[in-house]
Design a protein around this ligand. Structure first.
Ligand code: HEC
Ligand code: HEC
Length: 261
C-alpha cells in the first residue's frame, strides 16, 4: 500500500515537472532568439520605428501588409542612397503621410529596409522583362522616341535645350509626368513657371531642395524652349512614354522557373 502511494507521488511529481518544463519552453523566446538572424543595432532601431509608425498598415513585406503603398521588401538596396528617400520620409508624397522622420531615424528605417532586401525577392520577376530608363536620360529618350514615331525633328533651340537638360542632370530630380521621391515637381504641367527670366533667377539662386547652377543666357533660353515644347506636347509625350516603357507581352506559364529572379 505504502509503495503504491509512493509510486503515485513520483508519477505526479514527474507530471508537474514535465508541465513546468513545457511551460518554460513555450512561454520564453529563447529558442526563437537563437534561430532569428540577428538584426544589427541600427536595423533593430529601424524595425522599432517601422512598428511605431505602423508602416505595414500601408506597405507590404514579402506580400504581407496593407496595399495603399508599394511592397517595400526590395525597394531599398545597397545601391540606393539615403538621400533618395529623405524627402518622402519627412514630408510624405501623395497618400504617403508626412511622418517628419529626422536624419537618424531615416537612416535607421532605411537600414532596416536594406536588411529586408537581403532576405530575398518579394515578387518574382522574369529576367529581362522589365524595361526601365535611367532618370537622367528619361526626357531625352522620350523626345527621341517621339521624333522617331512622328518622323519629325526638334527645332534647334529645343534640341539644344534638351542637351542642356541632360548634361545638367535635371532629370535626377524632375521625373516626367510625376512627382518623384525627391518631391521635385513635374515640369510639364500647364501651370509650371518656366519662362527664361524665371529660370534664370531660379537657376542662379536655387530654392530649398533645388540646387543653383550656372548657365549662360543662351543655354537658359534653350532650356525654356525645351520645357515649352515638352509642355505643349504633353498629351502625345505621355503616350510616347507609356509605349516606351510598355513591357513585352509574356505569359508567366511559358517562363521556366530558372528565369525568375
Ligand atoms: C497611410 C499609409 C502609409 C503609411 C503609414 C506609410 N506609407 Fe510609405 N507610402 C504610402 C504610399 C501611398 C506611397 C506611394 C506614394 C506616392 O504615390 O508617391 C508610399 C511611398 C513610400 C516610399 C517610396 C516608395 C517608392 O517606390 O518610391 C517609401 C520608401 C515609403 N513609403 C516608406 C515608408 C515607411 C518607412 C513608413 C513608416 C515609417 C511608411 N512608408 C508609412 C503610404 C504609407
Ligand atoms: C537635386 C534635385 C533637383 C535638380 C538636380 C534640379 N531641380 Fe529643379 N527643382 C527641384 C525642387 C525640389 C523644386 C521645387 C522647389 C521649391 O519650390 O521648393 C524645383 C523647382 C524647379 C522649377 C520651378 C517649377 C515651378 O513651378 O516653380 C523649375 C523650372 C526647375 N526646377 C527646373 C530645373 C532645371 C532646368 C534643372 C536642371 C538645370 C533642375 N530644375 C534641376 C529639384 C531639383
Amino acid at each position: 500500500m505504502r509503495r503504491r502511494l509512493l509510486r503515485r507521488e513520483t508519477a505526479l511529481a514527474l507530471l508537474v515537472l514535465v508541465y513546468a518544463c513545457v511551460s518554460v519552453v513555450a512561454y520564453t523566446d529563447v529558442p526563437r532568439d537563437a534561430s532569428e538572424p540577428g538584426l544589427s543595432k541600427i536595423e533593430r532601431r529601424g524595425l522599432d520605428i517601422w512598428r511605431r509608425e505602423n508602416c505595414q498598415a500601408c506597405h507590404q513585406i514579402h506580400g504581407f501588409g496593407g496595399f495603399l503603398g508599394p511592397d517595400l521588401t526590395n525597394r531599398v538596396t545597397d545601391s540606393t542612397s539615403d538621400e533618395e528617400f529623405a524627402a518622402i520620409l519627412e514630408y510624405g508624397n501623395g497618400r504617403m503621410p508626412a511622418l517628419g522622420l529626422q536624419p537618424p531615424e531615416r537612416r535607421a528605417v532605411l537600414a532596416f529596409l536594406r536588411y529586408l532586401a537581403r532576405t530575398g525577392r518579394a515578387i518574382p520577376e522574369p529576367l529581362g522583362a522589365r524595361r526601365s530608363v535611367p532618370p537622367i536620360e528619361h526626357h531625352r529618350l522620350i523626345a527621341a522616341e517621339w521624333c522617331e514615331a512622328e518622323g519629325r525633328e526638334l527645332e534647334p533651340a529645343v534640341r539644344r535645350g534638351c542637351e542642356v537638360w541632360t548634361r545638367e542632370q535635371c532629370g535626377k530630380c524632375h521625373v516626367p509626368f510625376d512627382r518623384g521621391t525627391k518631391l521635385a515637381p513635374d515640369l510639364s504641367g500647364a501651370t509650371t513657371l518656366r519662362s527664361a527670366p524665371y529660370l534664370a533667377e531660379l537657376l542662379a539662386q536655387g530654392r530649398r531642395n533645388m540646387p543653383s547652377c550656372e548657365l549662360a543666357p543662351d543655354e537658359i533660353a534653350d532650356l525654356a524652349a525645351f520645357l515649352d515644347w515638352f509642355c505643349a506636347h504633353r498629351g502625345e509625350l505621355v503616350e510616347t512614354n507609356d509605349r516606351m516603357l510598355a513591357r513585352d507581352e509574356f505569359s508567366w506559364r511559358d517562363i521556366p522557373w530558372f528565369e525568375y529572379r
